[in-house]
Design a protein around this ligand. Sequence first.
Ligand SMILES: [Zn+2]
Length: 244
Amino acid sequence: MIDHVHLLSGGLDSAISAYKYASASDRLVALSVQLNSDKKKSGSFELKFAESICEELSIRHHVLDISAVSQLISLIGNPRVTMGFGGQINNCGDDPMNASGSAEWYGRVPLSVELLHMVGGLVAIAENATKLVWSLHRDDFTPAFGREETLRYKEKFEELVSFTTGRSVVLETPFLDFFKSDILRMGADLGFPFDRTWSCSNGSLERHCGECRQCVKRKIAFQQAGISDPTEYTSVGISVGLAA
Ligand SMILES: [Zn+2]
């Protein structure tokens, strides 16, 4: 019997969270979505890391291909919007400067988080699970979407699922009061294999670029946590204004 469906992107936050849940219960399955039909593109490459984590934890791993949705992105009118794999609200565009300092806008595909959670809700119902785990954390908040808005969103999601299906699926957000660096410390306590995660959005198959927004956030979190970063970066410096 399964209790939890855990959203798993292949990045640090969701993988450490899955580790934590798996250490407490074996009633866990993971869910990843494939956002690009091209497996070399960001949003798909992380899948192999998600698979690796599931193998290590000996948990089942659902992978749903929703790459057709990416065709809709062109309808939004901004070719530079990104679809956060884990529903990262930090891609909403709170900071128009990207990691290299140029003025590239990181938008969020409207309803992408909601889509991910509806897919998760469907899997939860199929598995007879009552909880869906989303590893959103404090560094993901934006001025427009912070803790309070997340709690309101969570309530509305749960209401909608209950209203339309008659089933209860709780959207669990265990990291809502934690920063990414806190999560890394939890991972270190669990003996988590940090090198078996992927953050880079630049599409390099060999190693993290070290310069994109996601890489910079990864580097900074390790520094803030005081944990040695095992990631191999193409560029080792932090060249951005995201460090503040
Ligand atoms: Zn990168």
